[in-house]
Each structure stands twice: as C-alpha cells, then as structure tokens.
Write a protein that binds this ligand. Structure first.
Ligand SMILES: C[S@@+](CC[C@H](N)C(=O)[O-])C[C@H]1O[C@@H](n2cnc3c(N)ncnc32)[C@H](O)[C@@H]1O
Length: 320
C-alpha cells in the first residue's frame, strides 16, 4: 500500500552512534535527571504528580481504552486495548518484548497474564510511574519476567537486535521525536521483529484557522512536539523510511474517543481527578480532554492502531 524507500541511514546511524557512545548498556537503569528544556523533563512534570492515590487510579492505566461491544467500564476497555496490541504483535510464550512508555506497568502484567511467559523490558521517563510499576511487580506471581527502567524511548538503554517485539501504547506523540523512536525500535528489534503502536494521527494536514489553534493548544498542554503532527500517510512514510515493512494502520477513533470522554465526565471520576490533581490540574486535564474529543468530533484527529515488521535476514534489512 505504501512506497518502500531505503531505510533512512542518517537516523539509523544517529541511533547506533548513541549506543556505541557507551551510555546505553543492558542494565537496569536507576533514576535519571532529564535536561531542563528537554521533552522528557516536560513529560515527567506532566505525569509525575505527587498524590500516591494516582498509582491505583484506573488500576494504573493511562490509555483511552478500546470500547467495543459489551465493554461497560474503563478498566475493561483499557485492558481490551492492551490485548488488541498483543494480538497485533502476535505475542507468544518466549517473546522478548520492549514496552516503550509503559506508564505504571499495568499493561505489562495484563500481557503476561494473557500471552504467557514473555520477557519484558519496559521503559518510561516518569520516575513515579517506574516506581509504581516496580512496586506492582513485587506482588506479581508470574508467569514471565518484567523489568522497569527509567529511560527514554528515543534513547533506549539496550543493545541492537535484542527484542522480538516492540510496543508503544499511546505515548509516541510525546516523543522527541516519534521518528527517532522508530529508529530506536528498528535498532533493538531482531530481524523479522514486530512493532505495534496505539497513537493519534491527523485526518488531514491542518491549515490555519481555529482548528489549528485548538490543535496547537492541546499539543502545548499535552507536551506534544510539532514534529509529531502526522497524518496516517506521513506516519506510514516515516516507518517505511526507517526500514519497516508491512505497515498496517487501523483507524479506531469511534471505539476510543467517545468512551474515554464519557468516562472522564462521570461525576465519580471527576471527583477522583480533583482529589489527585487539584483544581488547576483537573481544569487543565478537562480542557485537554475536551479539546482532543472535539478535534475527533470535528473530523480532525483519529486514533490509530499501527503494526509493522522489520525485514528478516536475507531481505533489504539495515545492517548498521
Ligand atoms: C498516556 S501515558 C500511556 C502510558 C501507558 N502506555 C498506558 O497506556 O497506561 C504516556 C506515557 O508516556 C511516557 N513517556 C512520554 N515520553 C516518553 C519517552 N520519551 N520515553 C519513555 N516514556 C515516555 C509518560 O511518562 C507516560 O507514562
């Protein structure tokens, strides 16, 4: 469906050079300090609020949920989305999974319960999320293995070709940049490895005018770099430029935005958010959620489930 240009060697070379520089070792990383003006720092400030009750809110999930028939509650929808991503990846016992931006880790335990003994390395830039995930891990009986690292998806602390699968569930819009993450995912995937993302995409490029202003406002509150304002077509082009093949994009906004917005408007949920985030945080969250829902309702933004494959040995794959 999409053209298949040669892998973007410049982006891949940058990722490889960063690894060789020695700050990306296969180790369990401790807390990092992000540069003050970095996107990682902005994101950590956005998500790293202090109330300990936040960790258990929505069972730790931070995704929009996939509200298909028969699903009536938020956690059911959130878990349904996680399982759909596992199906897209074709996970199975023995898979070595990179989870880029795992949040509080709830999704990894759901994957382990559903798909059996996987080996998961999960990264997130928000230290409080890593702490919450590690604390959950202590009471998880298995099967499988999961390690949580404080690290950025755009500078992964892992060697080349280590994983069979890579997942990014509702976070690549924050990355500086999404394309840099694609290069990193390509680098750490073994030949034949699969990538799946749940993400946001523009329906068409936005011109000027109030829709653009609304979009820019949501991106500013939500720490989304302008480089990530992709349509489905430019999203697929970026993946193909890096070297990914078999790019598939499913558009599922109707099963995500309305259900999530309904959930956020529930009186009990509103009270919970107010308790956790305070008046200002709750007001900003509502403005952002409403703005995003409105952009969907106006036909500007969609929710997409994306899958792609790194070519296997013997095809046109990148060799560094
Ligand atoms: C909307 S939440 C989704 C979390 C989780 N995947 C879920 O669905 O519950 C976005 C997450 O992305 C993380 N994040 C943002 N930028 C990141 C980066 N560059 N590297 C790793 N994690 C990042 C945030 O800390 C946050 O946990």
């Amino acid at each position: 469906m999409f053209n298949e240009p040669a892998p973007d060697r410049q982006i891949l070379a940058r990722a490889a050079a960063a690894t060789q520089a020695g700050h990306m070792l296969d180790s369990d990383t401790e807390r990092r300090r992000w540069r003050l003006r970095s996107m990682e720092n902005a994101v950590e400030r956005l998500y790293g609020h202090h109330d300990p009750a936040a960790s258990d809110s929505h069972d730790g999930y931070l995704n929009f949920g996939l509200w298909e028939d028969g699903i009536a509650d938020y956690v059911g929808a959130a878990e349904n989305l996680v399982v759909r991503m596992g199906d897209l990846l074709e996970l199975g016992p023995g898979s070595r999974l990179l989870d880029a931006a795992a949040g509080r880790g709830t999704q990894d335990f759901a994957l382990l319960r559903r798909f059996g003994p996987l080996e998961i390395d999960a990264v997130d830039v928000t230290w409080r999320h890593v702490e919450a995930a590690r604390s959950r891990a202590r009471s998880f009986p298995g099967p499988g293995t999961v390690r949580f690292h404080h690290a950025s998806a755009t500078r992964l602390p892992f060697g080349d070709r280590r994983f069979t699968h890579a997942l990014c569930l509702e976070a690549a819009h924050h990355f500086d940049t999404r394309e840099q993450f694609f290069a990193e995912a390509y680098r750490v995937l073994a030949p034949g490895g699969r990538l799946a993302t749940a993400d946001f995409a523009l329906v068409r490029p936005l011109g000027h005018g109030w829709r653009r202003t609304l979009f820019d406002g949501v991106c500013a509150i939500w720490s989304v770099p302008s480089a990530n304002a992709d349509t489905a077509a430019s999203y697929a082009d970026k993946l193909a430029r890096i070297g990914f093949r078999d790019v598939r994009i499913d558009v599922v906004g109707a099963q995500t935005f309305p259900g999530y917005w309904r959930e956020q408007r529930r009186a009990e949920r509103r009270r919970e958010v107010l308790r956790i985030r305070g008046r200002l945080g709750a007001a900003l969250g509502t403005a952002m959620n409403y703005g995003l829902f409105k952009l969907y309702d106006l036909g500007c933004v969609e929710y997409v489930l994306v899958s792609a494959r790194k070519p296997g040995d013997g095809s046109s794959e990148h060799t560094g």
